[in-house]
Design a binder for this molecule. Structure first.
Ligand SMILES: *Cc1c(COP(=O)(O)O)cnc(C)c1O
Length: 231
């Protein structure tokens, strides 16, 4: 098996190539390393190879790893999993970003519980872009109103949108899903006047990051291409 450092090199080159092919500036697309189910040692190895943004799906698992890695400076933690309302406090205090906000109630709790002494918690609204029955995320039609309400909360910064398109669709439908998320962000940018303009499109994973980058992704969330398949 390749080392994590080798995989990081490969994924970084994939991102650079896709960014260039899309005619976008070098550095326009960031890499979020998704480490759910992988041990702290894997994060340590990736950090030693220069990676600093990490995404976790399960709160308890994330908190344990954060404690293990407290000696590493400058790691940026992103919460990307489903959020239960009784778990918001630790998310508000321990994370830098949350990609999976789909309801105003959760956003309000995160804002109330984010300490005033910390930078605003960066929020991407998760959108159920293909309106799948079983998938998390706000309905695309409801996202603009949710975005306006979230942008007005004091300890949050509405940073952008996140989606996980239906993986079972054809390549062209997948591309269309990414394109619709990009359009939705553009229309939200026009409608939301409070706070900095939301710029982040968190879309694209190990198998489809090239397509997502072609459609404007600014942050790809990559797990298995870096750390291997999850057990
Ligand atoms: C697991 C996960 C990823 C990474 O998926 P890979 O296919 O392993 O790259 C990205 N985003 C979310 C929300 C995830 O849960």
């Amino acid at each position: 098996m390749n080392s994590i450092a080798d995989n990081l090199g490969t994924v970084t080159r994939r991102i650079q190539k896709a960014t260039e092919a899309a005619g976008r500036p070098d550095g326009a697309v960031g890499l979020l390393a998704v480490t759910k189910t992988h041990p702290s040692a894997a994060i340590r190895e990736a950090a030693a190879a220069g990676q600093y943004r990490f995404g976790e799906n399960y709160l308890q698992e994330a908190l344990t790893k954060m404690d293990d890695l407290a000696d590493l400076p400058h790691l940026e933690w992103h919460f990307i999993g489903p959020i239960q309302s009784n778990k918001t406090r630790d998310i508000a205090v321990r994370f830098d970003w949350v990609h999976s906000v789909e309801r105003l109630k959760i956003a309000r709790r995160l804002s109330d519980q984010r300490p005033d002494t910390m930078a605003p918690l960066r929020i991407c609204l998760q959108v159920n872009i293909d309106r799948e029955a079983s998938k998390s995320g706000a309905d695309p039609d409801e996202a603009p109103a949710l975005a306006r309400d979230v942008a007005a909360l004091p300890n949050l910064e509405l940073t952008g949108l996140m989606a996980i398109p239906d993986p079972a669709q054809s390549a062209s439908s997948l591309q269309d899903s990414f394109r619709r998320l990009a359009r939705l962000l553009a229309s939200i940018r026009e409608q939301v006047s409070s706070g900095p303009a939301p710029q982040t499109l968190s879309m694209g994973m190990s198998g489809d990051l090239e397509t997502a980058i072609a459609e404007g992704a600014t942050l790809v969330r990559v797990g298995s291409a870096l750390f291997g398949t999850r057990g």
